[in-house]
Design a binder for this molecule. Structure first.
Ligand code: ADP
Length: 395
């Protein structure tokens, strides 16, 4: 029986080839490769399923490989061949015999379809993986060049700024006693320089945090005293805006190991933000609680949660994490006023990323809570700074 079918297949090979090529002349498999496939079908006839599968797998691997376009065209070609052969079988043989022959051939077609589909989708998959890897690489390059740009820009700006500061100081000594107008102008100039210096400093800090090169110099710190220093520095700004600042004594009296200048920087930013985003007549309060008291080891005796709460405009819940990203400022830029402590006096959006960088480098966490953003009802915001009570110098 197989002999008959084999002969029939061999005799009609060219007919099948010409017929499928006529039906779709634009497919990638050419006449020669169609004949190779038809020969393969003949070889498979009478073989066991496993052997057929192996033969077809090796044909697909060496004739299609990872050529996705070819695999897709072979899927169409197989369908055309199936249709052509099954039509002719039914005209050349009596129905029952034709059906039997067709069953013999159909297994080869099915294996071929499975194998080609597998190749087409696995090359799809590997192409997609390669595409994702390329996208990732491009994003990293972009991030790196962004960060390089900020570093270079910040360093390049610092030098002329220092020169300007020096000249401004020299000019101060030269102002005649009766020239108050000039003194006022020089004052404004120096204020501008100070603001510029702080923005450039923030840019440098933010890039160091990104590059994980921010150095933390641990030493014993009395948090209460540190907070008081920040309060003293900002007291005039709070008074100017008529915002009440209340700092409750911290629950921790003992010193902890931390970097006083970095913590000072972080607390200053949080209190300044509290002031900036609270309308005149409002209030900013600092209070604390001991938390995670069961987390004790040789170096760390639990945590202190310092809360910076204000009665300001609040934050949308969808922005509570977003605001810790670099250059994200959620207030309308049109509302920005120039001062760093003026109501909604917007900045470059580096404050909170720096705060998070500093607190994380201490082994702590910082996050924001708010009932939402509403500049009329002012639901307020609370920033939590959770610091480890470090009783020993870290290694
Ligand atoms: P900047 O103040 O320079 O815009 P920050 O990183 O300090 O940058 O803050 C990012 C954003 O987070 C601010 O633009 C503001 O929308 C929001 N934000 C920060 N602190 C507060 C606060 N206390 N109340 C309300 N919004 C705040």
């Amino acid at each position: 029986m197989i002999e008959n079918l084999l002969n029939w297949l061999q005799q009609n090979q060219r007919l099948f080839r010409d017929s499928v090529l006529q039906r779709d002349p634009n497919l990638l498999p050419d006449g020669e490769s169609i004949i190779i496939f038809l020969n393969l079908l003949s070889v498979c006839l009478g073989e066991k399923g496993n052997t057929q599968l192996r033969l077809i797998q090796s044909w697909a691997f060496s004739n299609i490989g990872d050529d996705q376009a070819l695999a897709n065209d072979w899927l169409i070609m197989i369908r055309l061949l199936k249709e052509t052969i099954s039509d002719l079988i039914m005209t050349d043989f009596p129905a029952e015999q034709g059906l039997l022959y067709w069953r013999e051939l159909d297994r080869g077609f099915t294996y071929a379809l499975i194998e080609i589909t597998r190749l087409a989708s696995s090359s799809d998959y590997s192409k997609m993986l390669a595409y994702i890897a390329e996208l990732q690489r491009q994003t990293e390059v972009l991030e790196q060049s962004k960060s390089n740009f900020i570093t270079v820009a910040a360093h390049e700006l610092r030098t002329p700024l220092t020169v300007m500061e020096g000249y401004a100081k020299m000019m101060q000594g030269l102002i005649p006693p009766d020239c108050s107008q000039l003194e006022l102008m020089l004052d404004g100039f120096q204020n501008g320089l100070r603001r510029l210096k702080s923005i450039i400093g923030d840019m440098i800090d933010a890039t160091m945090i990104d590059a994980q090169t921010l150095s933390i110099y641990f030493q014993p710190v009395y948090l209460d005293k540190l907070l008081q220093m920040v309060v003293d520095k900002l007291a005039d700004s709070f008074a100017e805006r008529n915002v009440k600042l209340e700092v409750r004594p911290l629950v921790l009296k003992e010193p902890i190991y931390g970097d006083p200048s970095r913590l000072y920087q972080a607390f200053t930013k949080l209190l300044s933000n509290g002031l900036k985003y609270t309308p005149d007549g409002g209030q900013v309060m600092v209070h604390s609680a001991m938390v995670r008291q069961d987390e004790i080891n040789e170096e760390i005796h639990g945590y202190i949660d310092i809360r910076f709460a204000d009665t300001g405009i609040g934050i949308y819940s969808s922005d509570l994490e977003e605001i810790f990203k670099k250059f994200v400022t959620k207030t309308d830029v049109a509302h920005h006023s120039s001062g760093s402590t003026k109501f909604r006096g917007g900045g470059p959006g580096l404050g909170l990323p720096i705060v998070r960088g500093i607190i994380n480098a201490h082994g702590g966490r910082v996050w924001a809570e708010s009932l939402g953003f509403d500049e009329v009802r002012c639901p307020g915001s609370t920033f939590h700074v959770e610091l480890p009570v470090r009783v020993k110098m870290p290694n």
